[in-house]
Every structure is written in structure tokens, then in C-alpha cells.
Design a protein around this ligand. Sequence first.
Ligand code: SF4
Length: 396
Amino acid sequence: MSSLETELSIYLHIPFCSVKCSYCAFNTYTDLEHLIPSYVDALCSELAFAAGHCCDRRVHTIYFGGGTPSLLSPRQFELVLQQLATSFRIVDDVEVSLEANPDDLSEAYLRDLRLLGFNRLSIGMQSANAAILQMFDRRHDLQTVETALEYARRAAFDNVNLDVIFGSPGENMVDWQGTVEAMLRFSPEHVSMYGLELKGGTRLREQVDAGELPRPDDDLFADMYEFAAASLAAAGYGQYEISNWRRPGKECQHNLQYWRNLEYLGVGAGAHGFSGGYRYSTIASPARYIAALRSQSARITTGVPTPAAAKSTLVSEADDLYETIMMGLRLTKEGINRVRFRQRFGRDFIEIFAGPAQRMCAAGLLNVTSERIRLSQDGRLLSNGVIRAFVDEITL
Ligand code: SF4
């Protein structure tokens, strides 16, 4: 196995937010910030437990996501990072990422985090448009994002991502062009750009279903994506995933672990993980998660590296194929590596998927070389259909 297959990633979920954004369906809670100190203790206990299940695999990425990780203090991060360093073997150039809301960031806070070892910052910008930010119930404006970026630069962060969302109700092309222009003016090293999904249970979905807000238009979605992709390319950003662009060498190593369908630990309430051939999720409620970690009688599921598992499944070969294709085809440069695919499944990709591969190539949606299988430029816009063509073929 190469180091890619042996190195491990760790995701830590921080399920607290000051305000619930109107589009958000993540496992996150408002008004529970008083739980943060005991939550940090629980994270440390879970990490110590997980380390016992992961032999001596080296950790190459650590990602604090949420929720709003930037609600934790530097001292709370220090405790978690100390536990990570005690429990795991960590590579010298480990990528340590923080998701942050711009309004939580000060220069002093970011300097402290940089000293603790954080070296990648992902800021939720979402839009440059004040009306859209208000519709999203975001607490910041464009100026706050600009100021957060300045603080980050002064604190010596040289790997900053901006998250932006397109296709929100009522957003037109001019609005979106304003967001793309502002984002490029800030000159981040990395951009994640997602089309808005109206997920069930969100306030925005309810408003659209009730006719209070207009339903986003699919054709406009595609035009917005193409405009942003062209603008990013013209500004020197390379696309490496359907929704992600970066300056040279600034790929998010943590997300590459997911897209390559490699293993990672998920730690914290409602986290998802993939380890030892199991996919699992943990107890979603922060209070019940903390109680499970405190309890001597916490449920231990064989093969799952947490005493706070809510669900776990031993991944079948069919599921593994599904994940490998679904994630690998998102990687626009790398695609599905045929050598690694053969090592993993014992057969060549084309041997299993000759029919759909031929059809997708003939339709101009797929590129096949001796090394990799990738979506073509046109295939990126129709990725769901291409992925479905392969997934429908999985009958193992
Ligand atoms: S800050 Fe992020 S996690 Fe929290 S509610 Fe908003 S989108 Fe969801």
C-alpha cells in the first residue's frame, strides 16, 4: 500500500452555532454553547479511545468542522490538539484546518490558532450580496469577510479557503457576478463553490415550498457555475474537484481523503467516519454524546473506533464501488486512478463498466486514459447522470 492508503485523516465535529442559517441542514444546535467545556473533554476521551483502534497509522490531516468551530477558545483547541498529539502519530507537515465564521475572527485569535498549529482556514463568505446574506440569516456582511481575511494574513495564514453559494432564491446573474468579483478581489488560495440545495427541514426550503420565495432555476444554476468556473480559470485558479478550485499546491488534503474514498475518523456528536471497513456515525445530540463518553457502560461496537456510535455498517464491495465512483468522478483532474482501483477491487474499471464507459465516452461526457477515468468538461455539468450510469451497473 502507498502512504495514501495508510495515512489517516481525522474530522472533529463542533455542533454549536450562535444562529441557525436558513439553508443549513447540518447537525448543529443554537443555545447549547454552555456545553462546550464538557464537549471538549468528551472529544479528548473519544480521541483516546479511537487511537487504540487505529494501530499506529499516521495522521496527515485534522479538520475541525461544524457547526461553528470558531466558537471554541484557543485554550479549548489546545486541549484537543494536545490529546491528538498524545494519542496519535502525526506527520510533521500535517494539515490542520478550521472552519470559521468571519464574524468570530480577530487578529489575536487567529495568531493564537496559528501558534497552536492551525495552517488552513476555511471562511464561510457565502455571498457578497447583503440581501442574500440576510435571507440566509448570516450575521456578517462583505466588510466582515474582508476584515477577517486581513486578520488571517497578518496572523500568517497562507492557505485560506472561501466558501460561496450560488443559485439562492431570487439571486440573478448580476448578484452572482458581484459575489465572484468580490471573492476574487480577496485572493484566497482556495475556493469552494456550491449550488444551493434546498434541504428538507430548513427554513429556506419551507419558504420556497410555501411560495414565499422563488424556486431557483436550473438553467440559471448552470450559467452561474460556468461563469464562476471561467472567472476562476482566468484568475489562475485550477479546478481539481467539481466544486473546488485552488492555487497551485493548495488542494485541501483532508477533502482529498474523502474523494479518494480513503479512511478517516469522525469524532464528535453526529460525526461520520470510515475506518476498518466500517462506515459509522456517532450520537447526534451533544448532551447524549457527552453522557456516552462519560459513561462506563458506553456501547462498544466491534470494529467501530468510538464508544458513541449511533449507526455502523460493514461496507460491502458494492457499496465500496459506489463510493469510489461517486467520489472519484468528482475529482476533475485526478479522476478514478485505474491502478489504485485495480489494487482495491482486483479488476480493472473498464472490465467492470465497459458498457456505461463506452456510452459516456461516445456522448463526450467521459475521458478514459490508461491511467485514469475522468469527467470531460461537458460531463462536469451532467455529473449526476454520468455517475448514475455507472452506479446502475453495480450488481455485485
Ligand atoms: S454557521 Fe454553518 S453550521 Fe452553523 S447554522 Fe450556519 S451554515 Fe449551519
